[in-house]
Write a protein that binds this ligand. Structure first.
Ligand SMILES: *Cc1c(COP(=O)(O)O)cnc(C)c1O
Length: 400
């Protein structure tokens, strides 16, 4: 089909949740490139919102997933599942978690983490501990409960009444967090680097203080690593970068290389709170999704993609900072942790720069009028980064 037909059907048959989209539809991907219905080639520096970290059509991924598709796609959790057991083992052996539960998305993984935190204290005979403190500008998902956890009113307001028991405090304000804690607090839940709202990292000392306070007050620490996880920030998991181990962390986006999967990862004491019948999923952790996860983990390791994210993230950051202090004063701040990059502009031209980049066949995103958000696949090379920066500077020239 051509783009205009797809657009017509979309308008007629699809709920209008995404508004008028960027006018392109893709039919094929390879490496960091995508091809459109009109046969044009694009370079992807947004990676399906941090999902396609290993790039498109990676041969190892295609082989493992194709083989699984032709043997067994789904069987229910009524039975034992080899790929599920293997992926859980792989995640445990490479993280601070002792047990894993698989879901189908980030929101669903966060729902699982929230349920786990609440039932943990119920089982300790402390049902009064049910409140969860989250951060302003956070994003935890689109279900009613994860919207209740999300610190952005615009998403949640239309769906009130929300789930009770969530309190929001500003990021990197330890005093505010300390003041929000009561005898009802069961968990602190945060993204170590806030993604969706514009790439805002937590300070290392802040996270270390939060961890210490949680231990002191008998509160669970939950990291939402749906976006930061699986190498994006330069370590396999972002908590490793900060040297702060959460009791529970969640994964999704990059874990399945594009096949939907989420994970609740927990240390033994917390994980043990779930007993049979208290949580479940029809699709969660099925053979196909877990095989995709195993392929991603294998490729991450073989190609040292976390290290590449660290190296290329620092490279892009330093090049952008050099531009900011010389010829491009419009770039006012670079917030980058690995290949999770926010570029703050001091003029409201982010949408125009994104549009100019699209004309140059580059996919990036903006947050509001002043922030560009860059999430390239973790397989990019220095030459890819150089080409990207060349395109970006000319896009800025044209947009100003
Ligand atoms: C994307 C995202 C989610 C939601 O994931 P879905 O798969 O869209 O439900 C939750 N938390 C964070 C930090 C995210 O970036």
């Amino acid at each position: 089909m051509f783009l205009n037909e797809i657009q017509e059907y979309d308008k007629k048959y699809f709920m209008n949740t995404f508004g008028s989209r960027i006018p392109v539809a893709f039919t094929k991907g390879e490496g960091i490139h995508l091809w459109s219905t009109e046969g044009e080639k694009y370079t992807d520096f947004f990676a399906g919102i941090a999902v396609n970290s290993i790039g498109y059509s990676h041969p190892t991924f295609v082989d493992m997933v194709t083989e699984q598709v032709s043997s067994l796609i789904h069987c229910s959790n009524l039975y034992y599942i080899e790929a599920q057991a293997l992926l859980a083992k792989e995640l445990v052996e490479n993280s601070c978690a002792d047990k894993i539960f698989f879901s189908n998305s980030g929101a669903e993984a966060n729902e699982g983490a929230i349920k786990l935190a609440r039932i943990y204290f119920k089982k300790l005979g402390k049902p009064e501990k049910y409140e969860i403190i989250t951060l302003q500008k956070s994003f935890h998902g689109r279900t009613i409960t994860t919207l209740s956890a999300t610190g952005q009113e615009k998403y949640a307001k239309p769906f009130e009444p929300l789930t009770q028991g969530f309190k929001k405090v500003p990021i990197n304000d330890f005093a505010a967090l300390e003041a929000a804690i009561t005898e009802n607090t069961c968990a602190v839940m945060l993204e170590p680097v806030q993604g969706e709202s514009g790439v805002y990292p937590c300070n290392p000392e802040y996270l270390q203080n939060v961890k210490r306070l949680c231990l002191e007050k008998d509160i669970l620490l939950i990291f939402d690593e749906v976006q930061t996880g699986i190498g994006r920030t330069g370590k396999l998991f972002c908590y490793q970068k900060y040297n702060v181990e959460p009791d529970i962390f969640t994964l999704a986006k990059a874990l399945g290389g594009g096949i939907p999967i989420g994970a609740v990862c927990a240390k033994e004491h917390a994980a043990g709170a779930f007993t049979p019948g208290e949580h479940g999923s029809t699709f969660g952790g099925n053979p196909l999704a877990c095989t995709a996860g195993l392929a991603v983990m294998k490729i991450m390791k073989e190609e040292k993609l976390s290290e590449n994210a660290e190296k290329l993230g620092l490279y892009i950051k330093s090049r952008l900072e050099a531009l900011s202090s010389s010829t491009y004063p419009v770039i006012s701040e670079i917030r980058a942790v690995g290949l999770m990059i926010g570029i703050e502009l001091n003029k409201p031209v982010a949408p125009a720069v994104k549009a100019k980049m699209f004309e140059k066949k580059y996919l990036i995103a903006n947050v509001g009028e002043n922030i560009l958000r860059i999430l390239p696949p973790l397989i990019i090379t220095q030459a890819d980064a150089d080409e990207f920066i060349a395109a970006l500077t000319s896009a800025i020239d044209e947009a100003l």
